[in-house]
Design a protein around this ligand. Sequence first.
Ligand code: ATP
Ligand code: MG
Length: 394
Amino acid sequence: MGRAVLIHYAEIGLKGGNRPQFVRRLADRLRQGLDNAGVSGKVGVHGARLLARLEKDDQLERAIEVLTRVPGVANAAPALVVETTEDLAGVKEAAIEVLARAPEGSFKIETRRGDKAFPLTSIQISQAVGGACAASSERPVDVHNPGVTVRVEVTKTGTFVSAGARPGPGGLPVGSTTKLLAFLSGGLDSPVAAWKMIRRGARVTAVHFHNRTFQGNAVLEKIEDLCASLAWAAGSMPLLVVPFEGCQRAIVGAVPASHRMIVYRRAMFRIGARLAAAEHALGYVTGDSLGQVASQTAENIRTIHAAANLPVYAPLVGSDKVEITELARRIGTFDISIRPHDDCCTYMVATRPAVKSTLEEVTAIEDGIDWDELVEQAVAGVDRLTVNPDPASL
Ligand code: ATP
Ligand code: MG
């Protein structure tokens, strides 16, 4: 009998012929997660599920904590692995042990048979195992509304007995879809937006535009901490810190205060085009949420996003602040995001900014700005780091 974590995947199940490739990628991501957390173990594929066998019993909780942050995981449960014999001796013993560790109350056994060659049906297995459990404890059986459900999954390579599965993020393993640049401002929204695209299987490079003369180092520390937190889902996070003071100075010189925020954000996409090419990224991720602030009216989103040479993914565009805040708490970025910081976008902007810009008006305002030179300078000054998750933060 061995101590392990049983992992069920989510959407990968729908992938048809490509499924083995997705499952292998998920297995790699799970290994990377355990590695990042300093948990020693081996991950294997067993039919439609994965199993992480741990070397040390006392790392079980840590393993589940980490594995439930990996995109592609529907849920993860502590499990015992036993041989499948026709008398079900090992399975019964495991179910009794799993139940003994579960909270008080009624129970039921739920069996799934991945190995259809096994001579007993799922119902026969549940009845036999349930009978053994009932005989060895005071717990009542309740098949309709059980306090604890013990899952028995029979596969060709062994039987898994588990209870107390915890939900993972769902989605697809990182590397399944595309590469994107995620613009991280240090606020509440942008890390949640980045996380949502990581959950869609994207490899994400974070980009932060930083005004050295106006913002201190606190914001950089904050951005790195946000990346370290996202890295539990992403595996690791490349981070580009882009010097933005040159652009901002030029914009303050050429653009009326009412339109500066719009032009700052357009400048980010102008620089982004060069970064995306270098990173082989196919789009940008922003934390825009329709109507949330002046720069996020439909008119201004149109003017701002029109400066992008690639699609802009704004996965929070239809979410409200309460939902975003809840998600930020769930994924662990909330406490970092609420730390105070100087925001480069508030540098010399109007207290009553334009909310209904047009593209014509903004391109006319930008006419005198030498973008080539400014973009060149910014790109030349980019600092590229790789941020890994912090095992001490678990
Ligand atoms: P957030 O909560 O993410 O800071 P916000 O509601 O404050 O967003 P804005 O400041 O208008 O909104 O920024 C909108 C989006 O633009 C951000 O979500 C982010 O993707 C991007 N952005 C803004 N400032 C920066 C920056 N300094 N570096 C990188 N991206 C930025
Ligand atoms: Mg902001």
